[in-house]
Design a protein around this ligand. Structure first.
Ligand SMILES: [Zn+2]
Length: 245
């Protein structure tokens, strides 16, 4: 069974280059999982697939460009007559943050009985693998803004392993996160220099030998990375790009 990975959105919070917020779809027979669903993910998702085909969402951390699109997805799915649950996994604080977002954006909808018409099933992701969206997912702390409860994900499906950094600056957390992965999806917000929350391409390449993984695809691309695309020796995601594992 091969896995199809679609980079629905490959931008960071500022949407440099017009790229949509973080959202990656992992699909195979019996598998349909979004990795992150940022605020601008629903229009990007609708350009490449029917959102009704999404079984579950696994969120890396509590920043709007990674989870802010979930209430909009739920709203759209209600009016698309979804009749099966949507599992939403992520850090322990995710359900409370979603309630805050729902009550701020659509209190008329989310406060009404029978809305949404389907069950949104919360799941706290952690170091022990759990089934979500037809995959087995574990979540591992990475170095980012601590209040956002940042994690990287390891996603097993169809005999393949995908690792995803979420947002992270370089730390000793990244080699074990990526170890053994057929595909490591790594953020590259910056080109030359890390900042306290995000890694740079240069730093990632300096540590490339420590990453015992197969293919690396860069995503969450900021302006400085986009300005140097012709110098980058790794694969770079674009909105709508697919690859098969
Ligand atoms: Zn973040």
């Amino acid at each position: 069974m091969s896995l199809r990975v679609t980079f629905v959105g490959s931008g960071h919070a500022f949407a440099d280059g017009g790229r949509a917020h973080s959202c990656i779809h992992v699909a195979a027979p019996g598998v349909s999982l979004l990795l992150d669903c940022g605020a601008a993910s629903l229009p990007a998702l609708r350009r490449v697939m029917d959102p009704s085909d999404v079984d579950a969402v696994a969120v890396t951390h509590l920043h709007g460009d990674h989870f802010g699109g979930i209430p909009l997805l739920v709203l759209q799915q209600h009016f698309a007559h979804r009749d099966r649950p949507l599992t939403v996994g992520g850090p322990a604080g995710l359900p409370a943050r979603l309630r805050l977002e729902e009550s701020a954006l659509y209190p008329d909808f989310f406060g009404a009985p029978g809305r949404p018409r389907f069950e949104v099933r919360p799941l706290v992701l952690g170091p022990v693998e759990q089934e979500i969206g037809g995959t087995s997912v574990s979540a591992h702390p990475v170095k980012h803004i601590p209040s956002a409860e940042p994690h990287g994900l390891r996603v097993r499906a169809g005999g393949r392993l995908i690792a995803y950094s979420g947002d992270a600056t370089w730390s000793d957390d990244l080699p074990p996160l990526a170890r053994g992965a057929d595909l490591f999806i790594c953020e590259a917000s910056n080109f030359e220099r890390d900042d306290p929350a995000h890694i740079s391409y240069r730093t990632l390449m300096a540590h490339r030998a420590e990453l015992e993984c197969g293919r690396i695809v860069l995503t969450h691309l900021g302006a400085s990375t986009l300005e140097h695309l012709d110098e980058i020796e790794l694969d770079v995601a674009s909105d709508g790009m697919t690859l098969d594992l």
